[in-house]
Design a protein around this ligand. Structure first.
Ligand code: DGL
Length: 270
């Protein structure tokens, strides 16, 4: 048993896609969330900068005595220590392994689509992971750089016309070719309904938020690291800028008022 909180970070609101399911699957766990809103987006930046920011994010979470760190960010997951999930001195998961393992299982036709930030698609870690498992799987990848600003600016309600248009623009080349799609950036589950509307029921959509939360649930259980107290866990949100925007988007997505739990911090101390 381990009553310390779980630490989750992302550049902005994307990691809330993981928070949402950790709260459902592990309701007794406390969560420390860091959204680096002063420096979002990460996905258009260079490798060195993304690595530097991600390490600062992790240091901040470790300073809060978390028992497990989740890089709830496809971009950070692709870069941290080469994208591999097991050479850390603390308990850690990114989102690549949890999502790819499920996609490989679901894809009967061996045709998997991956969407992510420009950095994620360029760094190629999802693609490498899948090919290592089975080189006969066909992979179709596409970066969608305008999704993150749309989501951070709350163009997220179902059937939003601008978001639907962008989904069509980025995904049209994949339509009819894939049977499984990985939402390789944690922001994208926030507009999952738009992506589902575009593809109809034809394909499996792998939600990086849900699959990562599920992976962590299993990991904690296996390693006897759960919080077994009966009280409902709390989420402490830390962001690096603009409480108003994060609070609004987060409250809509999580369907609860999160404002009172948000603190603004300066990551420069790390
Ligand atoms: N949510 C992030 C990801 O999964 C980061 C998006 C960004 O900051 O560009 O890649």
């Amino acid at each position: 048993m381990d009553n310390r909180p779980i630490g989750i970070f992302d550049s902005g609101v994307g990691g809330l896609a993981v928070v949402k399911y950790i709260k459902k699957l592990l309701p007794n766990e406390d969560i420390v969330y860091l959204g680096d809103t002063a420096r979002v987006p990460y996905g258009t930046r260079s490798r060195n900068i993304i690595e530097k920011y991600s390490i600062q994010d992790i240091k901040f979470l470790l300073s809060k005595s978390v028992k497990f760190v989740i890089a709830a960010c496809g971009t950070a997951s692709s870069i941290l220590y080469g994208g591999y999930e097991n050479n850390f001195s603390f308990h850690y998961s990114g989102i690549i392994k949890p999502t790819c393992d499920i996609a490989i299982k679901l894809s009967i036709k061996k045709k998997i689509g991956i969407i992510g930030t420009s950095a994620t698609i360029k760094i190629n870690k999802y693609q490498e992971y899948i090919k290592k498992y089975d080189k006969n799987i066909n992979i179709y990848s596409q970066d969608c750089p305008l999704f993150v600003p749309l989501i951070e600016n709350r163009f997220i309600e179902p059937r939003n016309k601008i978001t639907s248009l962008m989904v069509e623009k980025y995904l049209e080349d994949m339509r009819g070719k894939i049977d499984t799609l990985i939402l390789g950036c944690t922001h994208y589950p926030i507009i999952k309904s738009h992506i589902e509307d575009y593809f109809g029921k034809d394909i499996n959509i792998v939600d990086s938020g849900f699959e990562t939360a599920k992976f962590v649930e299993n990991y904690l259980k296996k390693n006897n690291m759960n919080n077994y107290t009966k009280k409902i866990g709390e989420v402490f949100y830390y962001i690096t800028d603009d409480k108003d925007s994060f609070g609004k988007t987060g409250s809509i997505f999580l369907d609860e008022d999160i404002f009172k739990n948000i603190s603004v911090i300066d990551l420069d101390i790390f």
